[in-house]
Design a protein around this ligand. Structure first.
Ligand code: HEM
Length: 566
């Protein structure tokens, strides 16, 4: 009896111990990690959750782990029962895996969160379905489409924002107001124009302009100067709401610890079903319109181009066209989602930095006024064509620096067993390319060059930032270089150099951001035209925090403006 009790107890203890051993994280040999985490079944998860529940900044937590472990490559154990996540804090190697290494592909870290919204290029591995989606969209980032259609659309959306802000600035009487929704709306309208053009009868900003213009100023409470005025918002069309709700679902899933369960739950809600039904209905109607346009040779909008491409592909391969299918509709929706939240988050940082750096703002305004003297003379704003070509170096530098200062982490997944900085990386491991730590916001960590991959060794070493300049500060000049403009006289001029130093805001390589050219156009136009029309005054410190949330993009939690019309 006693023997069997001892036997049962020992067996139970052994089973429990085996279960514990199965649960606790299994580090990848040789890659530094937090030792305490390997004694806890949940590894670093609780630590991460504790901090991220307060800061909402997962990227910041990652950068802190790199600092703690003081290594350009380290690992954390966040997802129970799955492989460690590898944090890579070295620009050259990050760029190498994105640009050159076939052993790494799009990871499911963020794209998995988009899965309930359909299968579009952002969510797909680099397979034939992704290649097909790329073929459909290949005309949309050409200079012809950007200069003749998408760019002017962005210019007109920004024009509406200027109208709205002029009215709001007058009503606000020097007080701050939130810019977050307005910037979301400007990006939404740009993306709607980009995909559907004028075939889609709704926009976000027009409704807001009408609402604010007809507002009785007496209904606004101009309170304490440290608080923001709250303007009412007009309701928008259901498809526009669907695009915003779509991004909200992605944010929810990405920020959830149990993202697969969250996604499953999301898809069961009536709201989700409504969003998807609206999306499918509107896109189906738009494809029908585009089909008619293509047939009469009037290809203008993004969807017109996609339909036209698909007809050509179907003819080439002797098959029926797929523009009536779900994948095609998903791709249209996916493009809008990919370009909306990301761009509006970036615009939010730009306006914050302009207000906080009055010297930069004044220099930009005065450089723009002398570059576009004809516009000043004719008492008008610079036109799209003027802003688009030639580009203004300081304008480009201001935009790029705002992007650098609030970067997001790009990930890749090992699709086969491989190596990174001399360490074995098992297939399925997710690598986070940390772009808000060493090499980006502080001096780079030393790396043994002999451990780099063969492709990294063979490539030219990317430029590092000049560490004598405070890398955590907003300093657009770091993107400018002196170039000879006249060899005979030795005259030089400042030029923008996008490769001045590490930057990974758009990722890189074949899976880098598809829409970056459009995003730059929108950011340059908005920066130039807002600075032309307004002085961004410093907002009170209660409304000026740099806290952010991480999801699809790294978004400021407080995005307020205080405007004085120029
Ligand atoms: C400032 C604005 C933007 C930022 C910061 C941004 C950032 C990114 C990042 C980090 C990625 C992943 C890159 C990688 O994994 O290497 C990405 C992918 C993508 N972006 Fe953007 N993006 C922006 C604007 C846009 C716009 C305007 C569009 C649409 C026209 C767009 C369309 C896409 C698409 C389709 C992908 C997926 C590409 C693929 O998976 O092959 N993005 N973007």
């Amino acid at each position: 009896m006693v023997y069997s009790l001892v036997f049962i107890t020992t067996l139970m203890a052994t089973i429990l111990y085996a279960f514990y051993l199965w649960l606790i994280p299994k580090p990848i040999p040789g890659i530094p990690y937090n030792r305490d985490s390997t004694h806890r079944p949940l590894g670093d998860a609780l630590d991460m959750l504790r901090e991220v529940s307060i800061t909402s900044e997962f990227n910041l937590w990652c950068a802190k782990q790199v600092d703690k472990l003081n290594s350009p490559i380290c690992q954390v154990f966040v997802n129970p029962f799955s492989k460690p996540w590898v944090l890579l804090a070295d620009f050259a190697e990050s760029q190498d895996i994105m640009l050159r290494r076939k052993e790494f592909d799009r990871s499911k870290f963020i794209s998995g969160g988009m899965a309930p919204l359909g299968h579009f290029q952002s969510t797909l591995p680099t397979d034939d379905t992704w290649r097909e989606a790329r073929l459909w969209t290949q005309d949309l980032m050409t200079p012809t489409f950007l200069n003749n259609f998408a760019g002017p659309a962005a210019y007109s959306s920004v024009g509406e924002l200027i109208r709205l802000w002029k009215t709001k600035a007058r009503l606000a009487q020097g007080r701050s107001f939130s810019a977050a929704t307005d910037l979301n709306n400007v990006s939404t309208d740009t993306m709607l124009q980009f995909t559907f053009g004028d075939h889609f009868p709704h926009a976000s900003q027009r409704e807001q302009i009408d609402r604010i213009s007809s507002l009785d100023p007496a209904t606004l409470s101009i309170g304490d100067e440290n608080r923001a005025i709250e303007f009412p918002e007009a309701p928008v069309d259901t498809y526009i709401t669907a695009t915003h709700e779509g991004t909200d679902y992605v944010e929810k899933a990405v920020n959830s610890w149990i993202s697969e369960l969250t996604m499953w739950w999301v898809t069961k809600t009536p709201r989700y079903k409504r969003v998807m039904a609206t999306k499918n209905r509107v896109i189906r109607e738009q494809i029908e319109i585009s089909l008619r346009n293509v047939r009469r040779g009037a290809v203008r909008t993004g969807v017109d181009h996609m339909v036209s491409r698909e007809i050509a592909l179907a003819e080439k391969h002797g098959r029926s066209p797929k523009y009536g299918g779900q994948k095609f509709r998903d791709e249209v929706f996916g493009l809008t989602l990919a370009g909306l939240h990301t761009t509006s988050a970036a615009l939010g940082w730009i306006v914050k930095f302009l207000a906080e750096n009055q010297d930069v703002q004044s220099r930009l305004r005065s450089e723009l006024r002398s570059a576009y003297g004809k516009a000043v003379e004719e008492r008008r704003e610079p036109k799209f064509e003027e802003l688009n070509h030639p580009r203004h170096p300081y304008l480009e530098a201001v935009v790029e620096e705002a992007l650098r200062c609030h970067s997001t982490t790009v990930t890749r997944e090992a699709v086969t067993d491989t190596e990174l900085l001399g360490h074995h990386i098992p297939k399925g491991t997710v690598v986070f390319c940390v772009s808000n730590g060493p090499g980006f916001y502080k001096p780079a960590l030393p790396v043994n060059d002999s451990k780099r991959s063969p492709t990294s060794k063979a490539a030219a070493k990317p430029k590092a930032w000049d560490e004598s300049r405070d890398l955590s500060a907003f300093y657009p000049d770091r993107w400018l270089v002196q170039k000879s403009s006249n060899e005979k006289t030795g005259e030089t001029r400042l030029e923008f150099d996008g490769n001045s130093g590490p930057q990974l805001i758009f990722g890189a390589g074949p899976r880098g951001c598809f829409g970056r050219r459009l995003a730059y156009i929108e950011m340059r136009i908005l920066t130039a035209l807002t600075v032309w029309n307004f002085q961004f005054l410093q907002t009170p410190k209660e409304l000026s925090s740099h806290a952010a949330t991480d999801g699809i993009s790294h978004r400021a939690t407080q995005c307020y403006v205080r405007l004085e019309e120029m």
